[in-house]
Design a protein around this ligand. Structure first.
Ligand code: SF4
Ligand code: SF4
Length: 171
C-alpha cells in the first residue's frame, strides 16, 4: 500500500471514530483540541523572533526533511474538532509531505507536536535563558493537553495513544 493510500485510509478511520463519539466525549475532545491549538499558537509566537526567522529561512527547513511520520492521530483530531480542512500531504517529494516551496503548508496552530516544539541549536542559542525556560514549560503543558486528547480518543476507538497517522491502521 502506498503512503498516500495509508494516509487516506487512516484519516477516514479517524474521521469515522470522531463522528461516532458520544456527545459528551466529543465535547471533551473538542475542548482538548481547542486548548492544544491555543497552546501551539502561544509556543509559536514565543519561538518567533526576527533573527530566528531569518536563520530558518536561510537554512531552508532542514529539520522538516524527515517529517513524514510527525502527524499523529491527535493532530488529525484537532483539524476535525476545529472544523479545519485536513492538510493534504504530497508524498512524492520524499521529504516531509507538508513541506512546500515556501516552507510548511500547515499553519502553525495546526502543526504536529514535534514541529511546534523543535528548535535546533542554531535557533536556541540565540535565546536568553528565560525564554528557553518558558518555552519548555509551555512544551510540557502542551504535552499534557495532548495526553488528554489522545486518551479521549482511545476511550472511543479502543486504540493506542500517540500514533503516527501513517501507522494508525498497521498496529
Ligand atoms: S530550526 Fe534549525 S534546522 Fe530547522 S529550519 Fe530553523 S535553522 Fe533550520
Ligand atoms: S509538518 Fe511542516 S513543520 Fe512539520 S516537518 Fe513537515 S513541513 Fe516541517
Amino acid at each position: 500500500m502506498s503512503d498516500c493510500e495509508r494516509w487516506d485510509r487512516a484519516v477516514a478511520a479517524i474521521s469515522d471514530g470522531y463522528a461516532a463519539m458520544s456527545p459528551a466525549l466529543r465535547a471533551e475532545v473538542d475542548a482538548a483540541a481547542h486548548a492544544v491549538r491555543h497552546a501551539r499558537r502561544e509556543l509559536h509566537s514565543l519561538a518567533e523572533d526576527r533573527q530566528c526567522t531569518a536563520i530558518c529561512a536561510s537554512c531552508g527547513g532542514e529539520c522538516c526533511v524527515r517529517g513524514k511520520y510527525h502527524a499523529t492521530v491527535a493532530d488529525i483530531l484537532v483539524f476535525l474538532a476545529e472544523g479545519e480542512p485536513i492538510a493534504v500531504p504530497r508524498f512524492e517529494s520524499g521529504l516531509c509531505p507538508f513541506l512546500g516551496d515556501c516552507g510548511c503548508v500547515i499553519e502553525p496552530s495546526l502543526r504536529p507536536f514535534t514541529c511546534i516544539t523543535f528548535n535546533c541549536d542554531l535557533v536556541e542559542k540565540m535565546w536568553e535563558p528565560e525564554r528557553v525556560e518558558e518555552f519548555y514549560g509551555r512544551e510540557r503543558e502542551l504535552r499534557k493537553l495532548y495526553e488528554v486528547l489522545q486518551e479521549s480518543f482511545a476511550i472511543s476507538a479502543g486504540s493506542a495513544l500517540r500514533v503516527s497517522v501513517l501507522g494508525f491502521l498497521e498496529r
